[in-house]
Ligand binder design. Structure first.
Ligand code: ADP
Ligand code: MG
Length: 347
């Protein structure tokens, strides 16, 4: 009786590889002139004119980077595109194309991949990028997803990780630590569910945190804002592994030391509240959590008046001198502790 209510699922072998690719990708429309040839030939053809080309790729492995017990496939598709686009924006470039490669086991029906591609398609529309190709193969277990993003920028607009110089200001967009706590909430609820599947989790009070974990956005708006304000960062990167490890990258690549002020690090009130519930320091979530996908950049002091008071941007520190150490300055006890990279457990 119950079986009658189960939707009919389509095994992958019903479609075959070519049928599957066509089925998943035929509703994607080309949105950029630079996508001369998309899906369907041996290779895609791009014409990015006389701009510099920016390319980045990321691989996501089931059980390592995501857990399908609590990550809906549509969200996974959306997020995996967004995190790649975030890398392109972090170069101060505009993403225009993506390639999506999947390895998938027969335990996934066609409908599951439809969900994944629905999420990919929403991201393509929201960020105006074209899906121009990829690869499809089988896997003996689980799902592997690899996404490559392509973008472009004028040579003089590109921002690298190594450009910070003496007495630059360190700026971060948005707020930090929420995605990490969102993951803690989802993992806790998943453990409860494993013990008692009848308990429905009440995630309402964790909305913001869970949203930041499952459906992050790339800060395209900040890239546009900086252009409007006529601010070109001296160096920039996105925050995927936690603030402290990213600052260490900016420091290592530029050769300058950084001071970061603990009380300046932007935290959402729900991060403070939930960190308390999990008995962790919210600053630790910001420093060593991950997946915030905010932008971290340095600007020259002369640009400070242009960003001053903007609610999306917070100055959290500054560079010091060449070859100096990196310190977190803690106000209450007026001390400085060396910044260490704990990084993100899932790389
Ligand atoms: P080949 O045999 O040359 O590798 P494929 O048959 O794998 O070519 O791919 C045919 C076309 O479909 C190509 O344009 C390829 O980029 C695209 N494609 C293959 N798999 C995917 C996928 N998972 N998502 C999007 N495009 C894909
Ligand atoms: Mg192929």
């Amino acid at each position: 009786m119950l079986d009658d209510k189960q939707p009919q699922l389509t095994p992958l072998e019903n479609l075959g590889e070519f049928g599957l690719i066509k089925h998943l990708t035929e509703s994607f429309e080309i949105q950029n002139e630079s996508s001369v040839k998309g899906i369907g030939d041996d290779a895609a053809v791009l014409n990015l004119g006389d701009l510099e080309t920016v390319v980045s790729t990321d691989m996501l492995v089931e059980g390592v980077h995501f857990n399908l017990a609590y990550v809906p496939l549509k969200h996974l598709g959306y997020k995996s595109v967004v995190v790649n686009l975030s890398d392109i924006y972090a170069m101060n470039a505009t993403p225009t194309q993506i390639l999506v490669s999947i390895a998938v086991s027969s335990r996934f029906p066609v409908e599951a991949l439809e969900e994944l591609y629905a999420g990919i398609q929403i991201a393509c529309k929201n960020y105006k990028v074209d899906l121009i190709g990829g690869d499809t193969t089988s896997s003996t277990s689980g799902l592997v997803l690899s996404i490559t993003a392509i973008g472009s920028a004028k040579k003089e607009e590109l921002t690298y990780r190594d450009g910070a110089t003496e007495n630059d200001l360190l700026v971060v967009s948005g707020d930090l630590g929420a995605a990490y706590l969102g993951l803690q909430v989802l993992e806790r609820e998943n453990e409860v569910f494993k013990v008692n599947p009848n308990v429905q989790p009440d995630l309402a009070q964790y909305d913001y945190l869970v949203g930041r974990q499952l459906k992050p956005e790339a800060r395209k708006d900040i890239i546009n804002l900086l252009k409007e304000l006529d601010v070109k960062p001296t160096s920039m990167m996105d925050i995927s592994d936690g603030l402290s490890s990213e600052i260490l990258h900016l420091s290592k690549q530029s050769g300058y030391g950084f001071h970061v002020y603990e009380e300046k690090i932007p935290l959402d009130p729900s991060v403070i509240k939930t960190a308390e519930e999990f008995k962790i320091n919210p600053i630790t979530c910001a420093l060593n959590g991950g997946e915030d996908y905010e932008l971290l950049f340095t600007i020259s002091q002369s640009d400070f008046p242009k960003i001053k008071g903007n609610p999306n941007l917070t100055v959290i520190g500054h560079t010091t001198e060449k070859n100096a150490e990196n310190y977190l300055i803690i106000k209450g006890i007026e001390s400085a502790v060396p910044l260490t990279a704990q990084g993100w457990v899932n790389i």
